[in-house]
Design a protein around this ligand. Structure first.
Ligand SMILES: Cc1cc2nc3c(=O)[nH]c(=O)nc-3n(C[C@H](O)[C@H](O)[C@H](O)COP(=O)(O)OP(=O)(O)OC[C@H]3O[C@@H](n4cnc5c(N)ncnc54)[C@H](O)[C@@H]3O)c2cc1C
Length: 547
């Protein structure tokens, strides 16, 4: 462990809370802590939200699935979390109609499933109170066989007796949702840094605070030291505390994979029984996503790799096709592979396989139990994107209780404050933007409206469309580069701009973005540079090469 000096350098920054990891859990903790009055520093070693959080199936679960294992508490919590996200950003989170087939098997029969749906309706009867019209969640219920066969053409409906219909929600763009939360944390006073690694943390007994060494990768590896009264390890699966403090209870993990197909295969989300080579079947979900795409997943593997082999992709294609009477996709239809890692129970992983070993609930642990000198340090192991804001509120309540802190009320499930940026949209309309361009800004960049308006008023050229993207004005690219901590073309294309979120954008769009970014970074852009960037992006989307 690098040496950390207890002597204050005078210029050392001091915080209430250091959050290690800028995935959805770390960002949610930073937002909640900043809004509740703590001085927070959030540190992410790569780009914000670029790890597992960028690879989810985008479902904001309404909790029905927890009822399958009679977990009523989490079914309720998940429905609250769905309401919270729909309130936080009705632009980026939409109700998602979901269907699964009923069959003659007892567990999937109309009687059992119908009973479950009726109970779910009762349990979540409050779900639409004070909700905006676009976020209303209809009742769940049983439907006829047609409701299943209408989900997609040529579905194999052998043995299907009807359909169960309910509503989850879908995050249209999880990356923009995470960045929106992050920018609001920053507005509330949080210091947020990407490409900055927490290298070492040690308790300084003389002052009772944590001394933390950070390595600022983008500033040539400059090492800085900060102090924080409390430390939250949100590095996914608690990997930081495991390697630095040797924290007890190691958490294993499994690789989780989705594929994005550039075909509108289904009309709504549908759970389909897919068969693997051995003939064993599993329920997989196919969701319509954006215009013309379909998200399919999730497959679990017992490996720590961040790539998938071409043969695994071929197997995945065969499994998808097994749910239809005629083959629907070929490997070339896959435009993006999502790969992430999820926490798993070590013993179950050994005996029951990857699927069965996934942790069901998040863990929030004080490291004091492991080492009394670590009082004030916690690790947060998250399991679902959906529950990140809920778990963040639970963590802050616990921190306040454990240390007698007086902090503000939670933001979880609170109504969204009036967004001043709506007025900015009117300003942009006055500058002559089309309704589609305004709708694009409203959906993806609403919280940044005022800054975008100011940029466009200063430089009217920014009102022009990005080459190849008629609905996206140049001001959005400029805003992202100037205000959203973009350090590479991948950050910009994939996690800030909606047009690169599903697949690589058109060449002219890529070239334009590269030119603006390189100019901003003070670097010349040659054709060779552009080819290198294109190749990097290709590897990024298809995840078939190590990165
Ligand atoms: C294929 C797949 C499908 C999924 N589908 C869904 C779904 O539909 N709905 C749902 O609710 N959930 C879903 N999930 C689960 C969800 O994505 C995860 O639970 C969630 O993203 C985990 O977030 P996290 O912040 O804990 O982890 P991460 O996103 O991995 O963030 C941890 C961050 O910590 C950083 N870090 C690590 N060490 C350091 C250090 N020393 N210093 C600084 N930073 C550090 C890492 O770089 C990383 O960015 C899915 C997951 C996968 C993989």
């Amino acid at each position: 462990m690098p040496e950390l000096s207890s002597k204050s350098s005078g210029s050392e920054s001091v915080y209430d809370l250091l959050v290690c990891g800028g995935g959805i859990f770390g960002v949610s903790v930073a937002y909640e802590a900043a809004k509740r009055g703590l001085k927070v520093c959030l540190v992410e070693k790569n780009d914000f939200g670029a790890a597992t959080s960028a690879n989810s199936l985008k479902t904001i679960h309404g909790g029905l699935r927890y009822l399958q294992c009679f977990d009523v508490k989490y079914s309720f919590i998940s429905a609250m979390a769905r309401r919270d996200w729909l309130r936080f950003s009705p632009e980026l989170v939409r109700p998602l109609r979901c269907v699964i087939p009923t069959t003659r098997k007892l567990g999937k029969s109309r009687l059992m499933v119908g009973g479950g749906l009726a109970f779910y309706n009762l349990l979540t009867s409050w779900r639409n109170r004070d909700m905006p019209a676009e976020a209303l969640i209809p009742r769940a219920g049983l439907r006829s066989l047609n409701a299943f066969t209408e989900c997609a053409e040529n579905l194999d409906n052998h043995g299907v007796t009807g359909a169960a219909l309910w509503y989850d929600a879908q995050a249209v763009n999880t990356e923009r949702l995470l960045i929106t939360l992050l920018m609001q944390a920053r507005q509330a006073g949080a210091d947020v840094r990407n490409y900055c690694e927490v290298e070492a943390v040690r308790k300084d007994p003389s002052q009772g605070s944590f001394l933390c060494q950070l390595n600022e990768v983008t500033r040539g590896g400059i090492r800085t030291q900060i102090r924080a009264s409390y430390f939250a390890d949100c590095s996914a699966r608690g990997q930081f505390s495991q390697s630095h403090f040797g924290a007890s209870e190691p958490v294993s993990y499994v690789q989780a994979v989705n594929v994005v197909v550039a075909k509108a295969l289904v009309k709504n989300a549908v759970g389909l029984s897919m068969k693997d080579e051995s003939g064993a079947s599993r329920l997989m979900f196919m969701s319509p996503w954006r215009k013309g795409f379909c998200l399919i997943g999730t497959w679990y593997f017992d490996t720590d790799r961040t790539t998938v082999s071409p043969s695994t992709l071929k197997d995945i294609v065969a499994q998808v096709n097994s749910a239809f009477d005629v083959p629907k996709i070929v490997p070339e239809d896959i435009v993006h592979v999502h790969v992430g890692h999820l926490p798993a129970d070590q013993a179950k992983l050994r005996h029951s396989g990857a699927d069965a070993s996934l942790l069901k609930h998040a863990r929030i642990q004080s490291l004091e139990a492991h080492d009394p000198r670590l009082a004030g340090a916690y690790r947060i192991v998250g399991t679902k994107w959906t529950l990140a804001r809920y778990e963040a509120s639970i963590f802050l309540n616990r921190l306040a209780k454990d240390h007698g802190l007086s902090i503000g009320p939670t933001t979880f499930n609170q109504r969204r404050a009036e967004v001043a940026q709506i007025r900015a949209l009117e300003g942009l309309r006055g500058l002559g933007l089309s309704e589609r361009q305004l709708a694009y800004i409203k959906q993806y960049f609403l919280a940044a409206g005022e800054k975008i308006l100011a940029l466009c008023e200063q430089e009217p050229d920014l009102l022009e469309a990005v080459p190849g993207e008629v609905d996206c004005i140049r001001g959005l690219v400029r805003y992202a580069i100037e205000f959203e901590a973009v350090c590479s073309l991948e950050d910009l294309i994939v996690r800030r701009m909606p047009f690169g979120n599903a697949q690589s954008p058109k060449n002219e769009t890529l070239r334009y973005c590269a030119q603006v970014l390189f100019r901003h970074l003070g670097q010349p852009l040659t054709d060779e540079d552009l080819m290198v960037e294109q190749e990097k992006l290709r590897n990024f989307y298809l995840k078939t090469k190590p990165f």
